[in-house]
Structure formats: structure tokens, C-alpha cells
Design a binder for this molecule. Structure first.
Ligand SMILES: [Zn+2]
Length: 286
């Protein structure tokens, strides 16, 4: 059966946000769609190779059945992430017989934003801004050995940058939160399908059913391999009172973060659904 050359609104979709925002989860879900090729953080391929990371399938990139045959195609791009362009995404999509390439390079999407503001890219590239509670992001950073006094302001600086881009490009940006995605994945993924003008597919809810070939994917083992979505709120027990204060002070600097995560009275507050026991700061679900 022949498939249409291209369906949906975009050829490329870029996830913006910061590390630990849930991008690998969304990548694995969206990558289940028959028209979507999720590549992971393609703009970090060179870093992944330098660090000795392989593909998320477990093979080295050269030995990976998906990336191995494509390493030559990527060779001219690898050394300079600002050289990535729609021509490469066209080639990847056509080669994989899919319509949309989903990249989760996050801050590098912002750094290469000029590439995505050409007249052609304005028509064929969109963005998903994925937010997550900064306390969750920074608890993960702490687990990696980062000092929160440095990491917290840096994180908020990046959210500000990405939020500005999302505002500027609001006609082709969808804003999502990790917390909403975990609470009601079907609802959030339907909203995403509407934005992308792609038909719903049930497979979107079963990200653990296949082996994914993602570049520089998250190494977090949190429920990887399971189709169960349990919102990771380990920050509630992992951050000390002082650390939480440091992070919340930074979050208050950005109305968007305060509305979503700190102000219980806000209509956008994401924990409206949470049982009182979780709201009061007891350990979240494991
Ligand atoms: Zn692979």
C-alpha cells in the first residue's frame, strides 16, 4: 500500500525546554505514531559520540540498524549543531517513509533558532514547549551532583528564554506540561495531534511497546520499559527545606512558573487534581 508523501501540518517539530523536563517520555510517545520519526536530541549527536553514548536501542550508532546506515548523511552536520536544517529533516523523513521528524534538542533548538525562522521553516517547522515543575527538574539536577544555588537561577534563565521564543512563535508553538501529560496522557496527546493535524493512534499510549532509536536520550530509569505513567514527584522528599526555598524563590521570578506550580488559586495550577496528602508535601508516588 502506498502512503502519502506528507501528511500533517509540519515536517519538523522541535521540543524546547530544559533538561529533565520529560522530553524523552514525550519523544517515546510521539515516536509511536506511524507518521512520526522521533530522533531524540539530534543536535547533540557529537556530544553523545564524545561521551561514548550509544543509541537508546543499546547499540553503538554505527551498529544501530536505524542510525548506522544514516551516519554518512549526518557527517556534514555533526560538528556544528547550528548547521542542522530542514533539508536534513526532509531526507530523514522520506528515508523513513514518515511525515514528521521530532527532535528533542531543547536548549539547542533555542540556540539554533535562526535556522527555524526562515520563510520555509516558518511554514514547515513547529515547536512544543514542554514545562515541568522546576523543583522536579532541579531534584534531578541535584541527583546528578549539581549545586542548586547555581542550577536554579540558570534553569529559570533558560525557561525565560524559551518562554520568550514560545510567545514570539505562538502561532506554531504548543505549550504542554509534564504534569498534565502524566495526569491525562490521552487528553494531552489528542491536543498535540490536533496541533500537528495528525490522526489519533492508540499506539501513542504504549511507548514501551517498541525499541526506540533516540540520540542522547535520558538515562533516567524512572518507569522506563513500562507503559504506566506515574508522575515523578520525588522532589517532594529529595529537596531539603532550604533547597526548596531557593528553587521557589527563583520560580517566583517568572509569572508562568508561579501560576503553573506555586499559586494554588491560579486557573493554570497543575496540582489542582492532587490529593491533599501530596499537596502538603509528603512523598509523591513512587
Ligand atoms: Zn538504535
Amino acid at each position: 500500500m502506498s502512503r502519502p508523501f506528507h501528511v500533517g501540518r509540519f515536517r519538523a517539530l522541535f521540543l524546547t525546554g530544559t533538561a529533565h523536563c520529560g522530553s524523552t517520555l514525550l519523544g517515546r510517545m510521539l515516536g509511536m505514531h506511524s507518521e512520526v520519526l522521533c530522533v531524540g536530541e539530534i543536535m547533540r549527536l557529537e556530544d553523545a559520540l564524545a561521551l561514548g553514548y550509544g543509541c537508546s536501542c543499546g547499540a553503538s550508532f554505527d551498529a544501530c540498524p536505524f542510525w548506522g546506515p544514516r551516519m554518512e548523511l549526518l557527517a556534514p552536520y555533526r560538528n556544528d549543531y547550528k548547521s542542522y536544517d530542514l533539508a536534513l529533516f526532509d531526507e530523514l523523513a522520506v528515508g523513513a517513509r514518515q511525515s514528521l521528524v521530532f527532535d528533542t534538542s531543547k536548549t539547542r533548538v533555542w540556540r539554533s533558532r535562526r535556522n527555524w525562522s526562515t520563510p520555509d521553516a516558518r511554514r514547515r517547522a513547529g515547536f512544543v514547549f514542554l514545562l515541568r515543575d522546576s523543583r522536579g527538574v532541579l531534584a534531578a539536577a541535584k541527583r546528578e551532583g549539581n549545586e542548586l544555588a547555581h542550577a536554579a537561577p540558570r534553569h529559570v534563565k533558560w525557561i525565560k528564554r524559551v518562554a520568550r521564543l514560545a510567545e514570539k512563535e505562538d502561532g506554531r508553538t504548543l505549550v504542554m506540561t509534564y504534569e498534565d501529560l502524566c495526569r491525562d496522557p490521552a487528553k494531552e496527546l489528542r491536543r498535540l495531534m490536533g496541533f500537528l493535524e495528525l490522526p489519533w493512534e492508540d499506539a501513542l499510549l504504549r511507548p514501551a511497546d517498541v525499541v526506540h532509536h533516540l540520540i542522547h536520550a535520558s538515562v533516567s530509569g524512572y518507569l522506563a520499559g513500562s507503559n504506566l505513567l506515574n508522575r515523578d514527584e520525588r522532589w517532594r522528599s529529595e529537596l531539603t527545606r532550604d533547597e526548596r526555598r531557593i528553587v521557589e524563590e527563583q520560580m517566583r521570578r517568572l509569572p508562568l512558573l508561579a501560576e503553573l506550580y506555586l499559586d494554588e488559586g491560579s486557573s493554570r495550577y497543575v496540582y489542582r487534581d492532587a490529593p491533599l496528602s501530596t499537596r502538603s508535601g509528603s512523598p509523591g508516588p513512587r
